[in-house]
Design a protein around this ligand. Sequence first.
Ligand code: SF4
Length: 463
Amino acid sequence: MTTEAASYFSRELLHWYLANKRDLPWRMNRDPYRVWVSEIMLQQTRVDTVIPYYERFMEKFPSAAALANAPEPDVLKCWEGLGYYSRARNLQAGAREVLTRHGGIVPDDKEAVSALRGVGPYTTGAIMSIAFNRPEPAVDGNVMRVLSRYFCLEEDIAKPATRVNIEKLAASLIPEGSAGDFNQALMELGALVCTPKSPGCLTCPVMMHCEGRMAGKEHVLPIKTKAKPPRRETRIAALITGSAELAGKLLVRQRPESGLLAQMWELPHVLAPEALAAAAPAKRRGRGKPAAAVGEASSAAGFAAADDGVMETAAGLELAFPAEPAANHADGGVLNVQAAGAASTDRRSAMADFLSRALSAEEGLLVRPDSWWGETDHVFSHIVWDMQVYRAEFGFWQSEAAGTAVGSGGTGEYPAAASEALAAYGEGPAPANYRWIGPEEMRTLAFPNVFVRILQDYWRDLD
Ligand code: SF4
């Protein structure tokens, strides 16, 4: 790298940015809280998508104190649709730290900023440079791409050592007194011109000295080893409809307080065992015919199927099922999923079987699936949910005694006590994390995208 190429890059890039920068809502001023919120929202998310969310969020939570004091469900609701919900939780936790440790003002202090929950090296650099004009680099994937191309760097950007070197390089390029503008200029060039698939070299403000372009490598740089593809798992979800005073409502549940999508709302769903997942329909996405019957999967007599075998639920509980409707057997049979695939009229019947049985065993919830409704994907960074959705009629909640007995049988044999309890099918109260909702209530609860899509489609079809 020549000094001339480096100083040319800094000068021309800054000049271009000041003349061409987009008018974005987080550029209205340099309030560090506003910068912080925007940078968190922009992680993994396109600018166009973020803008309306950002405006709503800032209106509702205009300061770190307002965010810190808000109920978490309100924050999640405001974030609904943006995905990666741990960002919202960490942002609120960080705001609480700002309130308690720094009097509600994001401090002009790199160490203190980097110590906030959810704030990594990139966000620290962005806040310190954009809000306080400190000469700190802010290096994300966009910036690594631009610098790899301009300086023709052929190191693997997936390696931490490469990132460290690029951070040093980026810091060395910051023009005195213009850290905020320069870092935003780098991000802007990566977003608008030096894009991943089609770098616009002909209109690029730094094309004259771009070493990657001159070497004809603008399309092969940056070098990045591929990450492991996300694991795919099939989940079977239930659109459980109520009747009588619950007619028109659907049963939803709230996820646990910690872990993936913590505290968000969802349709009840279960993880399909591998044998059943492998047999899932081809990867078409979309809606099924409303009346796609699932066969005689679940008998009206017992909300349970009549196959014999064993299957394991997400909770690791092996379910054993009666060969006769539940009310008629106390000895307990065993349901085999592979066998179910062969014995059932079709795979959807097997899935519907599994859904009703697993909800019964895991949740004490008795339902009767009556039709396949549709399928869709939900992509996380490490996992993809292949969501198979079934319509189901609500039966009832098992009594506490029945639920306890089923839950205690984790080793494969269906305990006699559970069989007896199931045979009795005592009706119990709904667990506290379940709720019946209509479209109005849906607007007050935060759901992950996949369930927003399903529920919106469902309500729309009813209109
Ligand atoms: S000239 Fe092309 S490859 Fe080089 S920085 Fe500009 S857009 Fe990227």
